[in-house]
Design a protein around this ligand. Structure first.
Ligand code: UDP
Length: 413
């Protein structure tokens, strides 16, 4: 069997306060027909990035609802993760070389992983392109059992066609294909049931629970950040789609009007993201020794509590992505009642209603202007922050996402 990730112990009932008792009851009712179902989730990493975050949040709760949950990781290699990161970029629109060698690396690893996969699951959720072809190999080997669901977390609205053409027949074998937004569905898919399910956050995780001011200040002080001067925070992998260089540019423009402004950029280096280190170095060069720009990673032990504190302490949370499947960090900032300034891209547009529950921007200049405007207007910060929290409560807490999956599974069963 592939390596598995241990699931934490969580109770659905504990979510009544954050999500409401009605949401808890609806969820229990949706789970009833699926009690005892054996469900496998497969992805490529247990740490770093949004998918790992979602699975840590949701699988323990599905277990508590009476389903029999397993989380397995595919075993990659440096070559394979290089290929799958290129694929990820290509599916979000980047032109890449797509060579026979790359395809061979992909198939070799998938075959080896398929060989290790145990049978006997009623439902198998496969996340993103990395492990997508597992079902193809199992079908060829006559070992495909249960219902297979492909969960796509990336922005597929304008993929680099040669790479999508490779994946299209792979995805077309699934029983269901789940996208974050209707904009991401691809016209060529004929077989799978299509479902549109936005991601969500766990209000009780260490990343999102309330923190005392004292803890927040202590965390900031530990990283040399001054809690008494204004802070702008962006939390995200060091990746061109997250535009960390643009965030620094916007910060520099804003700081001319907000003396003492600090920028905190925290990003984990995910196990399946070989570009992260190189992009961190580029960002470090762009920072150019500026002491009020704090570039932090998990190498400096930035974990969930630290991310929580950096988002909470921010006067403005920024997520200046130029492509974004969803952007959990946006919902995380909004849930903390922070005004979020986000890139005007599909994943973030799903969350922020411009001018109501945050701001959408499409340039460095616009981003800087919104930061300054929010700095100058505490009432506006409060108003947008309150609307943001309410929007997350209604739409982007994990009970809603779990319920969406349960209803889809019941439909497929
Ligand atoms: N994250 C983190 N530490 C970091 C950077 C990111 O814990 O240093 C978390 C972040 O809080 C969020 C997830 O990783 O929960 C990133 O998900 P998102 O959907 O924003 O982006 P992705 O990395 O999946 O593109």
């Amino acid at each position: 069997m592939l390596p598995t990730v241990p699931l934490a112990d969580k109770r659905v009932d504990d979510y009544a306060e954050a999500a409401g008792t009605e949401a808890v009851e609806r969820l229990r009712e949706a789970a009833r027909p699926l009690r005892g179902a054996r469900v496998l989730h497969v992805n490529s990493t247990a740490f770093g990035g949004g998918v790992a975050e979602l699975l840590h949040a949701q699988l323990p709760l599905m277990q508590d609802l009476g389903l029999d949950m397993t989380w397995a990781l595919i075993e990659g290699s440096d070559d394979y993760f290089f290929v799958t990161k290129s694929v990820h970029n290509a599916l979000q629109g980047a032109e890449i070389p797509w060579t026979a060698h790359m395809r061979d690396v992909y198939w070799d690893r998938i075959r080896a992983n398929a060989h290790e996969l145990r049978d006997g699951f009623d439902f198998v959720f496969v996340h993103d392109p990395q492990p997508a072809a597992l079902s193809t190999v199992l079908e060829e080997d006559g070992r495909l059992t249960g219902r297979w669901l492909w969960r796509c977390h990336i922005d597929l609205s304008a993929p680099f066609e040669p790479v999508w053409q490779f994946f299209e027949p792979i995805v077309d074998r699934y029983d269901a294909a789940i996208f974050t937004a209707v904009e991401y569905a691809r016209p060529g898919l004929s077989h799978p049931v299509l479902a549109f399910i936005p991601p969500s956050i766990d209000p009780l995780s260490a990343k999102n629970i309330p923190l005392s001011d004292e803890t927040t200040r202590k965390v900031l002080a530990g990283y040399g950040i001054d809690p008494d001067r204004p802070i702008v925070t962006q939390v995200s992998r060091f990746d061109p789609w997250k535009d960390p260089l643009g965030v620094i540019d916007a910060y520099r423009v804003a700081r001319e009007r907000v003396p003492g402004l600090q920028l905190v950029m925290a990003g984990s280096l995910a196990h399946d993201d070989p570009e992260g280190m190189r992009y961190l170095e580029l960002t470090e060069q762009h920072r150019d020794g500026e002491p009020d720009i704090h570039l932090l990673t998990n190498l400096q032990e930035v974990g969930n509590v630290e991310v929580n504190a950096f988002q909470r302490a921010a006067e403005v949370v920024v997520q200046k992505s130029v492509r974004e499947g969803f952007g959990l960090v946006v919902a995380e900032g909004m849930w903390k009642g922070r005004p979020v300034v986000g890139g005007d891209v599909t994943g973030i547009r799903l969350q922020i209603e411009d001018g109501v529950s945050g701001f959408l921007v499409d340039s460095v200049k616009a981003c800087a202007e919104r930061i300054v405007q929010l700095h100058d207007d505490p009432d506006l910060r409060k108003r947008l922050g309150a609307a943001a929290r309410e929007r997350v409560r209604e739409r982007f807490l994990c009970l809603r996402e779990i319920e969406d999956y349960l209803r889809l599974m019941a439909r497929l069963a």
